[in-house]
Design a protein around this ligand. Structure first.
Ligand code: CTP
Length: 439
């Protein structure tokens, strides 16, 4: 039986974020601003890097932009210099007395390249160093994040895939490109994720590095599946039974897993949140759709985290036409049937050896037992490995950015996670999952 433990506050990527320290208004002690090198390479998405740069500088990071020659064809040096407040160079012959080709990499806390072209990744994978950015990548000993953007054919080419695999093998965090509209009229995988979401990855990676988390990429090579949001059960084409789940906790789990190196699939039920960078998002509406999506993706998943709130019941039938009011004022009767319990099914199936299954439970105590008594019984009933328990005795707070929970393990462990961001709870959950995956 594991002992009760309190999750390390260092797990909170936001509260420990160096950028937050840098922005501290106390002025009591000068705090070094995290040094970020923003590499920009020659793709049309280079313009999106301007927003990433803005977000980084405005949150207190000290950013040096290193565009490649081709990137400057898309966005000129004056833009990068003005937005970063620093001189900009692409070659190794500018300000040679400061030895920038080694200094930048050696002193950086994070190197992020967005967009990263197939060409730059090939050169980085093979250790070429023919401009300032590739020199910086060779000398950097800090975390490196690459956000590739290119046409689908280039991304899928075996050469690119081999280079990406090689870079990941060496500890580089290569974010999966998003699917959607590409440069021309075509669509497919290869889009640069939204800058706000790349920024999220950067701050989480920086925070984990600053907190000295030993295995910062402890989910590298793992595939995790997260469900989020609340399902809808339709009565007719315009009405449904739903719930108030915002999806925030599931999205926080997906983001945290990306920052820890995992390949992430997110089954999202009726959420309106932006797609997290590097995450494959599968959209569903009903519990039946969610069940099918989860069951199908779980076959390849090392861990399944059911953060969604699937409706337990659905109407026995969906009216094809909008249900009309009756003239005599009587209301229709809605008959319900029970939906499948997805968590229970996944837990019972276990087609993949060593898979870690996590459920959530919002509980209140009653005359039959305390919150934890009832949660332990639910953990056994559901058959999962971990149950994240929210005590909602005082009323559930839907859509809140904060959360507090107890993580119960089927092995008897109890981990208290103090009130903090949903991101902090997400990391505490992945800490427990990662530990079990290693066992
Ligand atoms: N869940 C599920 N399928 C359902 C309902 C819930 O997979 N049809 C999952 C949720 O994603 C969550 C956990 O089960 O991880 C929440 O369980 P909860 O709704 O609290 O459990 P119930 O089965 O409704 O509990 P009870 O047995 O107390 O009614």
């Amino acid at each position: 039986m594991r002992s009760t433990r309190r999750s390390a506050p260092a797990s909170d990527p936001l509260s420990t974020s160096p950028s937050h320290e840098a922005a501290s208004p106390t002025g009591a002690r000068p705090v070094a601003r995290p040094k970020v090198v923003l590499g920009v390479t020659g793709g049309i998405a280079a313009y999106k890097a301007c927003e990433l740069l803005r977000r980084l500088t405005e949150s207190g990071h000290d950013v040096t932009v290193v565009p490649t020659e081709s990137a400057l064809e898309f966005v000129g040096a004056p833009t990068w210099a003005a937005l970063s407040g620093k001189p900009v160079a692409s070659d190794v012959w500018t300000n040679v007395h400061q030895v920038p080709h080694v200094r930048l990499g050696q002193t950086a806390d994070l190197v992020v390249v967005a967009p990263a072209t197939a060409d730059t990744m090939a050169r980085a994978a093979h250790g070429l160093a023919d401009d300032l950015l590739t020199n910086t990548l060779l000398t950097a000993r800090c975390p490196v994040v690459l956000a590739p953007a290119m046409h689908t054919e280039m991304w899928e080419h075996p050469a690119t895939q081999a280079n990406v695999a090689m870079l990941r093998e060496r500890g580089v965090l290569v974010i999966e490109p998003a699917e959607g509209r590409l440069t021309g009229k075509d669509t497919g995988k290869g889009r640069l994720p939204e800058p706000a979401e790349i920024f999220e990855v950067c701050t989480q990676v920086l925070a984990r590095a600053a907190a000295g988390v030993g295995a910062a990429r402890d989910l590298a090579g793992r595939h995790v599946l997260v469900s989020a949001g609340g399902t809808r059960e339709y009565l007719d084409p315009v009405r449904f039974l739903g719930n108030r789940s915002s999806g925030l906790q599931g999205y926080a789990l997906a983001r945290a897993a990306v920052a820890r190196g995992a390949e992430v699939t997110l089954v999202a039920a009726n959420t309106t949140l932006p797609d997290p960078a590097g995450v494959k998002v599968v959209r569903v509406e009903t519990t039946a759709e969610l069940r099918d999506a989860v069951v199908s993706a779980s076959a390849a998943a090392d861990s399944v985290v059911m953060a969604a709130a699937p409706a337990d019941f659905r109407p026995t039938g969906v009216s094809e036409a909008k249900i009309k009011k009756s003239t005599d004022g009587s209301a229709p009767t809605i008959e319900l049937v029970q939906n499948p319990d997805v968590l229970r099914e996944i837990s019972a199936d276990r087609s993949r050896a060593g898979q870690v299954v996590v459920g959530f439970a919002a509980e209140t105590g009653d005359e039959t037992g305390s919150v934890l008594d009832l949660a332990r019984a639910k953990l056994a009933r559901k058959g999962c490995d971990l149950l994240v328990v929210n005590d909602v005795s005082g009323g559930a707070v839907f859509g809140s950015p904060d959360n507090e929970a107890v993580i119960l393990g089927a092995d008897g462990s109890t981990t208290q996670v103090p009130r903090g961001s949903k991101s902090a709870l997400a990391h505490a959950i992945w800490d427990e999952v990662a530990r079990r995956l290693q066992d």
